[in-house]
Design a protein around this ligand. Structure first.
Ligand SMILES: [Zn+2]
Length: 232
């Protein structure tokens, strides 16, 4: 299958995956791992920017991160529902790309769309392995589902050292000019939590996470399934 990815990350909005795990993405694409991001919506309810600017910004961030694929399901922003007609397109993406590992937003976050996205992806990962569910597409069993953090931090069960690629993460975030540019520099922009030093907060968080394992920057994740490892 030519579309096959090693890692597929879902976010509610373009920029979610970059905020939570842009460094982990860059680290793996630079090592030759095939990584894709699927955004559920175009973030059309965002206070700043519009669908076109968000699309161009996402394309730039994708280039910076070295993604193999970036797709958008065009589901309604602030209208995400864990219902069949919205979960099935996620199942189709999983079956199309057949990733070994899927990432979803952590199941608690101050933005309800991130919470809903988390739930929808969990449902889709489950359905994707059922061969009698949507039998027109071959069933895919995802090896591991991990959760990344967008606005709020939770348990750090896994951490990835992203020190060597941190500049790349920052550049990918800065590609979202409509979201992170401070108002005042662009007359029509309104103040939102994202343009009040948000990138600096993400950087500070990744520093604190890194400190737990004595590296400069790290991104943390959690999982509901035990992480299978070989000790030696
Ligand atoms: Zn978001």
């Amino acid at each position: 299958m030519t579309d096959r990815l090693d890692i597929l990350i879902f976010g509610a909005h373009p920029d979610d995956a970059e905020i939570g795990m842009g460094g982990t993405v860059a680290k793996h694409t630079q090592a030759g791992i095939k990584v894709g991001i699927c955004d559920l919506t175009h973030a059309e309810m965002s206070s700043n920017g519009n669908v076109d600017t968000r699309r161009i910004e996402a394309e730039e961030a994708s280039r910076i991160l070295g993604l193999t694929a970036r797709t958008n399901l065009g589901l309604p922003d602030r209208g995400l529902r864990a219902e069949k007609e919205q979960i099935d397109p996620i199942v189709r993406e999983i079956r199309r790309f057949a990733p070994r590992i899927v990432f979803a937003p952590y199941w608690e976050d101050r933005h309800p769309d991130h919470v809903m996205c988390s739930r929808m992806v969990q449902e889709a990962v489950f359905n994707a392995k059922l061969r009698r569910y949507m039998p027109e597409f071959e069933a895919v069993t995802v090896e591991q589902l991990y959760f990344y953090y967008i606005n709020d931090l939770g348990p750090s069960d896994l951490a990835v050292d992203v020190t060597a690629v941190y500049e790349t993460k920052l550049n990918a975030l800065k590609a979202y000019r409509s979201q992170f540019t401070s108002p005042g520099t662009v007359a029509e922009y309104v103040r939102t939590p994202l343009n009040q030093g948000y990138i600096e907060q993400v950087e500070a968080r990744d520093r604190v996470t890194g400190q737990k394992r004595l590296v400069r920057y790290a991104e943390s994740f959690t999982t509901k399934q035990p992480h299978l490892i070989n000790l030696f």
